[in-house]
Write a protein that binds this ligand. Structure first.
Ligand code: F6P
Length: 369
């Protein structure tokens, strides 16, 4: 079937995650080995929609030379954006208003004009929803699941997640000694949007004493009681991991900036809030560490690197087999394929019966409930 494909394009969308470059490298080499040409689109679809912004015209040839030595590097050589949703593009009008425009037609027209046969779209929920829409409008598309948040359904994990958890765990390891030396409470805020995967996995691995996740609304008194109980046992310090999307039972989620056309709301600030109340309730010295974008940087772990390379090569194999409208997913023992329609717009939260959650409870970690 490979004679159907001669040229493919690759794009990376949404927040970056360690492993993007490993996917790009694997896909380009696997495609080149089939005699296909690869093209990279800058910054999501901006390279196609706004070619005038780029000295190379917005889309450039991805040769083997271009992907040499990038597999271990963080970020993406293509650039990315989480503001460029072409299905809901915030277009400034002459009268000063902003209109929600669907620019997908321009992307389809570009693929037809440049005789590009297929797209590999590497991204999270937003990018895969766009990929699904483009597939429904006639484009041959394969998606690759990326996000540090691990909140994509139908795949065991996304690449980027393991790297984020590894870094957050290392940070917790480092915080134990300073927290203990000063008999302090350290509150560590981590990303993850509306899912608590990073907080849960890093919190347990890093020996946190309380973990607050969006899936379990928290009662701050329960955490204060846990800290008192530890003090009573002579363990005068505590580590509290808070997911950015965690919210109190009687309260609200902390938002840094509201949603705009084509851009989701920005979460953040719950760490400061939890720290303030815990300080008041316990009388202890409390400090806050917000890991934020540090979780997205740096080299991918070997797990993420390998997953990314397996995804990139599987995406090319899928196109070679004539598949479209699917996402490469991590199953056991092999990668598999699921319909984009089954993934788009769905979020994978930590399930209440998760054995990882149960492990935390068995270890005596407080979840604020
Ligand atoms: O989805 C990845 C992620 O890092 C989230 O965990 C976080 O809420 C968001 O992106 C931050 O986005 P931005 O890069 O716009 O600050």
């Amino acid at each position: 079937m490979s004679y159907h494909i001669r040229r493919i394009a690759i794009c990376t969308g949404g927040g970056d995650a360690p492993g993007l470059n490993a996917v790009i490298r694997a896909a380009v080499i696997a495609a080149a080995n089939r005699g296909w040409e690869c093209y990279g689109i800058h910054d999501g679809f901006n390279g196609i929609l706004f070619p005038e912004r780029y000295p190379d015209g917005g889309v450039f040839r991805l040769t083997r030379e271009k992907v040499r030595g990038i597999g271990h590097l963080g970020g993406t050589i293509l650039g990315t954006t989480n503001k460029g949703n072409p299905l809901h593009f915030p277009m400034k009008m002459q009268d000063g208003t902003t209109r929600d425009m669907d620019l997908s037609g321009e992307i389809l027209e570009y693929f037809a004009r440049k005789e590009l046969d297929a797209l590999i779209s590497i991204g999270g929920d937003g990018s895969l929803t766009i990929a699904n829409a483009l597939h429904q409008r006639g484009l041959r598309v394969v998606g690759v699941p990326k996000t540090i948040d691990n909140d994509l359904d139908k795949t065991y994990t996304t690449f980027g997640f393991d790297s984020a958890v590894a870094f957050a765990t290392e940070c917790l390891d480092r915080l134990h000694s300073t927290a203990e030396s000063h008999q302090r409470v350290m509150v560590v805020e981590v990303m993850g949007r509306y899912a608590g995967w990073i907080a849960l996995h890093a919190g347990i691995s890093g020996g946190a004493h309380a973990i607050l996740i969006p899936e379990i609304p928290f009662d701050i008194d329960k955490i204060a009681n846990k800290i008192h109980a530890r003090d009573g046992e002579g363990r005068m310090y505590s580590l509290v991991v808070v997911a950015e999307g965690a919210e109190p039972i009687h309260g609200h989620r902390e938002i840094l900036a509201p949603a705009e056309i084509g851009h989701a709301e920005r979460l953040g600030g719950v760490g400061e809030r939890v720290a303030k109340v815990l300080g008041d309730r316990t009388g202890k010295d409390v400090r806050v560490v917000v890991l934020g974008h540090l979780l997205r940087g740096g080299s991918p772990t070997s797990f993420d690197r390998l997953a990314a390379m397996r995804f990139g090569s599987a995406a090319v194999r899928a196109l070679d087999e004539g598949q479209s409208g699917i996402m490469v997913a991590l199953g056991f023992p092999n990668v598999n394929y699921v319909a984009l329609a089954e993934v788009a717009g769905r979020m994978k939260a930590v399930p209440p019966d998760s054995d990882t959650l149960q492990t935390g409870r068995d270890l005596g970690i407080c979840f604020g409930d």
